[in-house]
Design a protein around this ligand. Structure first.
Ligand code: MN
Length: 134
């Protein structure tokens, strides 16, 4: 089961996203701070990271920039989550290395399918997904 790392400090938003993602078949792990996001991303190597941009201990985009120079996570899809539905924020998210952008509140009808498409697009066709221990 593909792991999604959900970084969101608002408990209501986090619970809603978790419910939708689990319904879409993901295993959801949650971080509520930038420091926890960095630690869990490195530990879990998730298929997709959903990144709130406003975190209590820092800027979500700073986390993204850090992960983008972190070898194993350099190509991991990261989708920014922000309440600031403004073009400038979207541009900043993409420049920081985000793969996509979702304005909150999430649309529960399309969110799961969107994250699934991002996760599927990442897998190289015919690629070895591991399991041999090599
Ligand atoms: Mn937040």
């Amino acid at each position: 089961m593909a792991i999604v790392l959900l970084v969101e400090d608002n408990p209501v938003n986090a619970e809603l996203a978790r419910t939708v993602l689990e319904r879409a078949g993901f295993e959801v792990r949650h971080a509520a701070t930038a420091s926890a996001a960095l630690r869990l991303a490195r530990e879990l190597q998730p298929a997709v990271i959903l990144m709130d941009l406003d975190l209590p201990d820092g800027d979500g985009l700073a986390v993204v920039r850090t992960l983008r120079v972190d070898g194993p996570l350099a190509a991991t899809p990261i989708i920014a989550l922000t309440a600031h539905a403004m073009a400038g924020v979207e541009q900043a998210a993409l420049e920081a290395g985000c793969s996509g952008y979702i304005a909150k509140p999430i649309d529960t009808r399309s969110f799961g399918a969107y994250v699934s498409s991002i996760a599927a697009a990442r897998k190289p066709s015919g690629g070895n997904q591991g399991g041999t221990g090599a």
